[in-house]
Design a binder for this molecule. Structure first.
Ligand code: TXA
Ligand code: MG
Length: 321
């Protein structure tokens, strides 16, 4: 298993050697390697079993550093960066030639962000290179929001996990770019669209198409748990599964059912606070996926604020057909 600790100099040593370290961010843990070293980046894909057509986000310590890796920052996107970095915002910007093809899968834009975590910001400030990092989960599985999640799934393959505790946002970053003069959201995430619109006005959302060539990683199979996740009305699904004698567990926004044992149900936020729900989402999905229940019954969140991003993840996790 990997060593879990808060030692930045150990993390730097491993990364300087071209190897990988799991790093904490405010969104989810990342599996990080030197973004300027194609061999290190290749080992990220290998470690995740990720198809290499899926490009990676480059993590930098500041907006000023971004200038080294892109050829232009459109004014509207610069405004967003100034407002929300460090934070759960990723920008797609025209890439400079020092970014290897393997990072962008040959696309002409590179995804960059300044993560909001003190340990990772301190680490980035000490490194001579930015960090390419996808979420630190095997390809297609639920993203990790604690060092223990990372260790359980990738611990055999990496030597060090930088321990920054639990992720305080819990959903991946919101991905934003421009097409002509229009601002486009390619992935709903931890930064709410209404916050973005309060700075730059109306934006369009293109995140639901799984065939969207601009965000090839957004496959429908993402976040797939090992057990069936069924979306619908909880009362109806509970009644049906009870009558058929199927061992089920329940994931709700705020409802707890007195007739169901506490190990078989999780309410993401007893006060129905969608930010709190986002923080607990991936850990709750894992806990229920690892329970003895045969199916997980899930309700969708209200389509407001972070509820949209949470629903996006739940729909991708849900059993099709
Ligand atoms: O919050 C986050 O964004 C986390 C933390 C670790 O920073 N990272 C993350 O990375 O979620 P990943 O690889 O799991 O998801 C990145 C998404 C993928 O869907 C990928 O297709 C898209 O970003 N992406 C990356 N570079 C891109 C590019 N150049 N053009 C279009 N989409 C890109
Ligand atoms: Mg991911």
């Amino acid at each position: 298993m990997a060593v879990i600790g808060p030692d930045i100099s150990q993390a730097k040593k491993v990364l300087d050697a071209g190897e990988l370290v799991a790093i904490p961010t405010e969104t989810v843990y990342g599996l990080a390697g030197n973004a300027l070293n194609p061999v290190a980046v290749a080992s990220i894909f290998e470690t995740k079993n990720r198809p290499s057509f899926d490009p990676l986000i480059v993590h930098v310590p500041s907006l000023a550093e971004v200038e080294n890796y892109v050829t232009d920052i459109p004014a509207a996107l610069r405004k967003l960066a100034e407002h929300f970095w460090p934070g759960p915002l990723t920008l797609l910007l025209p890439r400079a030639t020092n970014i290897p093809d393997i990072v962008t899968s040959g696309l002409d834009r590179v995804a960059v962000r300044v993560p909001d975590h003190p340990l990772t910001l301190a680490l980035l400030a000490q490194l001579d290179f930015p960090l390419a990092a996808p979420s630190a989960n095997p390809f297609g599985y639920i993203s990790p929001t604690s060092p223990q999640h990372v260790n359980a799934q990738l611990g055999e393959k990496i030597s060090y996990i930088l321990d920054g505790g639990k992720c305080k946002v819990g959903l991946e970053s919101t991905i934003v770019g421009m097409e002509e003069d229009e601002i486009v959201i390619y992935r709903l995430g931890g930064l709410d669209i209404t916050e973005i619109e309060s700075i730059v006005g109306k934006v369009s959302v293109k995140s639901h198409s799984s065939s969207n060539p601009q965000a090839p990683g957004l496959l429908e199979s993402h976040y797939a748990p090992t057990k069936p996740f069924l979306l619908g009305d909880l009362n109806e699904m509970i009644a049906e599964n009870k009558s058929r004698g199927i061992d089920f567990a329940v994931l709700s926004l705020d409802k707890l059912f007195p007739a169901i044992s506490s190990e078989r149900q999780i309410a993401l936020s007893p006060s129905a606070d969608l930010k709190e729900a986002a923080t607990h989402l991936f850990a709750a999905m894992r806990t229920l996926d690892e329970s003895n229940a045969k199916v997980i019954l899930v309700e969708l969140m209200p389509e407001a604020g972070l509820g949209k991003a949470i629903n996006d993840r739940l729909k991708r996790a849900a059993t099709k057909g």
